[in-house]
Design a protein around this ligand. Sequence first.
Ligand code: AMP
Length: 191
Amino acid sequence: MKHYIMFGPPGAGKGTQAALMVEQYNFRHVSTGDLLRHEIQEQTELGKLAASLINKGELVPDEVVEGMIQNELEAHSDVKGFIFDGFPRTVAQAEVLDKMLEKRGESVTSVISIVIDDTMVRDRIRHRAMIEDRKDDMDDETITTRIRNYHKKTEPLIAYYKERGKYNEIYGVGSIKDIFKRICSLVDSTI
Ligand code: AMP
């Protein structure tokens, strides 16, 4: 089974591109952000905790998202592969993912990093705020915290995956279709 990680700052287009990959390759899309928003909508205990952190732009605890990923892996044995979108976001999460996959005799196939700069991150999030009803996209201070957390907690994963020969960059500026073509040529070379 293949395991792809969509990597990049908030607003890079990870979710949009992951959805296109599902159509093209019959992979299962796992977005920890979507799973958490579902918990919020259902007003579960986990949802309440998640909302208090997400709305400030902070990450939820590693154990919470790791549990979600474990459930997804166990629940879907019939797919050709997984696309993780928004996970891992810390080195600790990446280490746990490696262990989970190792137990299955599998490993991360490739990290697809969509590269855009911070100015574009803000533009994209502002644009998304007009389309999707996400509280964490509405407030400038929350967006600043998310960008800061990305640089501080998530960017160290670049070195982590480079060391393991898994890291690939895709230029994230252009039409959705153009960026998807760049991703497909990468994925096709790993199948
Ligand atoms: P996203 O939809 O990927 O932008 O995620 C929205 C928010 O959910 C993030 O800003 C975090 O607060 C939380 N979140 C999503 N994925 C993770 C993760 N892997 N680790 C910690 N928090 C996460």
